[in-house]
Design a protein around this ligand. Structure first.
Ligand code: GTP
Ligand code: ZN
Length: 232
């Protein structure tokens, strides 16, 4: 497969050398937990990115000796490009960040609220294979209440990036703290990494658990209460 002139120009015009990585992209959370991105990450349109990824992925398939004229394979480079930009890595682009409506806490509910068992699919940034898990998020209202579905949407937004579980956990925790204007936020993630189970060490039984405990959740009693809710 040949890279056509136009596409080659686009590729060359956008320095694909990833060595000069800077922290950029998450301007909404200036916490040092940002996904490392180049400053020009969003100079190209989604369509331009898909066009280039399709060519490059086609090259990978070609190098592996796959016949790109085969009926079943010929659409794969475009399918992968669309999947990367519109689906599994759509959370890299702040324009896809969920809009969150907040309400006044008129209900006077002042205990923790736990949204548990939020299933997510992410991808490991080292191998680009799936991370599949459950997130449990909790907060204690400081006067604002968030729509329940928005908790799920925030988890999905940060999951849809090349990730490590530690960063995913902290990004969700920090984002919720900012939105809800409280430190009293907790996030627990329990996930399986296919890079550990399907390849490499091939351990099918292990799982990885990470936690973010802010404010009131730094108390062993509160952590205990949270775990009781999750394990109910
Ligand atoms: N801390 C952390 N490590 C991760 C995560 N996902 C994958 N990894 C690990 O990242 C490491 C990458 O290590 P390398 O030695 O460069 O990669 P590798 O040679 O493919 O390693 P193996 O998986 O052991 O075959 C591996 O140990 C992965 O298990 C994550 O979310 N957090
Ligand atoms: Zn991995």
């Amino acid at each position: 497969m040949k890279i056509n002139g136009d596409i080659l120009e686009k590729i060359n015009g956008h320095d694909l050398n990833l060595l000069s990585v800077e922290e950029f992209g998450d301007d909404h959370i200036s916490t040092g937990m940002e996904t490392p991105m180049r400053p020009d990450a969003f100079d190209m349109s989604d369509q331009q990115k898909k066009d280039i990824i399709a060519v490059l992925f086609g090259e990978i398939m070609d190098v592996m000796g796959l016949d790109l004229t085969d009926d079943s394979l010929k659409g794969t480079p475009q399918r992968v490009a669309k999947m990367y930009i519109d689906e599994i890595f759509s959370g890299l682009n702040p324009k896809n960040k969920p809009k969150v409506a907040l309400f006044e806490n008129k209900y006077r509910y002042n205990q923790m609220l736990v949204e548990k068992n939020i299933t997510f699919y992410s991808n490991c940034e080292h191998h680009f294979v799936p991370i599949i898990g459950k997130a449990h998020v909790a907060y204690i209202s400081s006067g604002k209440v968030i729509g329940l579905s928005k908790l799920n949407r925030i988890v999905q937004y940060y999951a849809k990036r090349p990730q490590v579980q530690e960063r995913l956990t902290n990004q969700i925790g920090k984002e919720l703290s900012e939105i809800l204007e409280t430190d009293d936020v907790a996030v627990i993630i329990d996930a399986k990494h296919l890079c550990v189970s399907s390849r490499g060490i091939k351990d099918e039984t292990s799982a990885t658990v990470t936690a973010f405990y802010g404010g009131a959740f730094n108390d062993p009693q509160k952590i205990n209460e949270l775990h009781n809710y999750i394990n109910q």
